[in-house]
Design a protein around this ligand. Sequence first.
Ligand code: GDP
Ligand code: MG
Length: 598
Amino acid sequence: MKGSNIRNFVIISHIDHGKSTLADRFLEITGAISPKKMRPQFLDMMDLERERGITIKLKPVRMEAEILGERYILNLVDTPGHVDFSYEVSRSLAAVEGAVLLVDASKGIQAQTLANLDLAKKQNLVIIPVVNKIDMLQADVEKSTDELAQLLEIEKSDILKISGKLGTNVAKVLEEVAKKVPGPLQENAEKPFRALIFDSEYDPYQGVVAYVRVIDGEIKSGEKIKLFAAKARAEAKEVGYFKPQMEKQDKISAGEIGYIATGIKEPGLVRVGDTIMKESQSQGILPLPGYREAKPMVFASFYPENPDDFEVLKDALSKLKLNDPALIYEQETKEALGRGFRCGFLGTLHAEIVSERLHREFGLDLVISTPSVVYRIIDQKDKESYIYAATDWPDPSKIKETYEPLVSLEIITPVEYIGGVSDVLKNFRVVYKDTNYLSFERAILIYEAPLADIITNLYDKLKGVSKGYASMNYKVLGYRKSKLVKMEILIAGGKEEALSRIVPEERAFQEGKNLVTKLKETLPSQQFSVALQALVGGKVIARETIRAQRKDVTGYLYGGDYSRKRKLLEKQKKGKKLLKEKGRVRVPPKVFLEVFRG
Ligand code: GDP
Ligand code: MG
C-alpha cells in the first residue's frame, strides 16, 4: 500500500487570519501563477469577494513543486472563514487529507478557529498548525503559539511561525504538508471509477461542470458517466484540473482533484455529495458517503420586482444553487407580493450575498422580505405549525403558544473586553451560562440566546467593543416558549408586507421605533411627505415622517411674476396629490436588507 506523491489539503481559519494571502504565496512559490498576473488574494475571483475583502467560495487549485528533492502535486482548496459559509468548508474537507490551520498572531484563537478545527478533526484530517502574521507589530507570537499548542495538545515546537504576507517560512508549510499529509493510496487507481462531487457551476456551453475529488480509477474525456443519486446519465464532455482556471486534460485519476463537464443542462440533476461513476463500471459499485444537507437558519422570501421576471428568478436560483448548495428554495405565492420563492440561508450575510449575486450575475431586482428564523406555533386547537415568514403569522386570536429557536452562544474574547461584551449583551435576550478559559488571557463565555437576536448585528457590535478581538459561534439547541407578536409596517398608509416581522412582545415598542427611524434614514425622500408607521395588533406603536422634498419648480422665474409662480406651485400640488393617490412609495431592494441589519 503505497501513498502517491499527491497532497490534497485545505487552509482553514477564522475569517481574516490570512488564508487567501498564504495561498497567494503557495501560487508564487510553485510557479502556478506568473508574477505578472499575481494580485493579492488571487483566489478570491468573484468581484463581490474582492470588493468586500472576504472569501465566499471554496476555490481549488492544482500546483506542482519540488519539495525536499521530490516532485509533488499539491491540490489546495482555499476556504471561506465566515460562519455563514461553513458549508463550503465542510465540503472542502471531504475532498482532502490534510488541513493547514492558521491562527493570526495578532488575534489569537477565535470562534471559527475552533469550529473549523472541529470539522477537520471529524474528517480525521492531518492538522498542520501555523501561527501567521508574525510580522505585525501587534502580533503576540508566543501567546498564540501557547494557545494553539494547548488546544491541539502538541509541543510548541511543532507549530510553524510564518508571515503569509512577507513569505517568511511559507516554504516550510509546504514541506510539512509533503511530510505529514498522507498521499492517496495508489492501489485505488486500479478500482472502478468513483468521484465525489464537492462543488459545481453552470456553464452555458459545457452544461453543469462538477468539481470532483476522484477517489478510485480514472476517467477520460468522452466516456459515459452516471450520477448515482440523481440516476442521471451523461458524458464526460471534458475533464481537467484547476490551475486555478480550468485546464483541459486527457484524463483525471484516483487521488486527484479536478472537474468533469457533464453537458447536463438541468441544474437540479447535479448535487454536491453525489457520486459520479462510469456507466460501463457502475454495476454493483457503492456510492461514496455524501454530505449532510446544509441546515438553513434564516428564511427570507425573494420576489422579482417585476412580476414578469419570475421565470428568470426561478432559473437563476437553480443555477446559483449549483455554486452555492447551502441555498435552499421553494416556490410560494403571496397575495401582497405575487409569485416568488421562500429561500433558506445559513445566516443573514449568506442571504445578502445571494441577493447580491442574483442581481449581479442574473440582472434581477428583488423585493426581499425581512429575514426570519422559523417560529413554532400551537394554535387554539392544539395544532402545531412552523412559520417561516411574518406574512404567514396567524391572527393573534388563533394562537395559543409561540416558540422560537434557542441557541448556545459561544463568545471568545480577551479578558479585558469581558466588560464591554457584557454591556453589548444587555441589549440582547441572552442568559449567561458559563465561562471557560483558553488561556489566562482569553475567555470563552457561554450563553443561551434566541437565534433571532444573534443573527442580526450582534457580531458587529461585539467586534466594535473589542477592537475586533471578540468572536462568536452558535449551535441550535431547540425551541423555547416565548411571547411573540407580529409587527407590521405602513408606508404612506400602505402596508409593506415584506417589512413585517415577528418580535418579542416586550420589545415591540423599541423595535418599532428603531425600525421606523431606520426606514426614515434609508428610504429616499419623495415629492410628498410620507408617514411611516409600525403597528402591532392593529395599533400604531411608533411613527415617523419623511418630509417632502420640495422641488423648486419656480426657481427659473425671476422677478415678481407672482401669478405664474402660483400657477406652477398649484400644478406641483396637484401632481403630488396624484402621486399620493397612485399611492405606493417604491422601496428600493437595498432598503430591505439594510433595515434588517439595524
Ligand atoms: P482570509 O480571510 O483568511 O482569507 O484572509 P486574507 O488572506 O484575505 O487576509 C486578511 C487580511 O490580513 C488582509 O488584509 C491581508 O493583507 C492580511 N494579512 C494576511 N496575512 C498577513 C501577514 O502575514 N502579515 C500581515 N501583516 N498581514 C497579513
Ligand atoms: Mg480568504
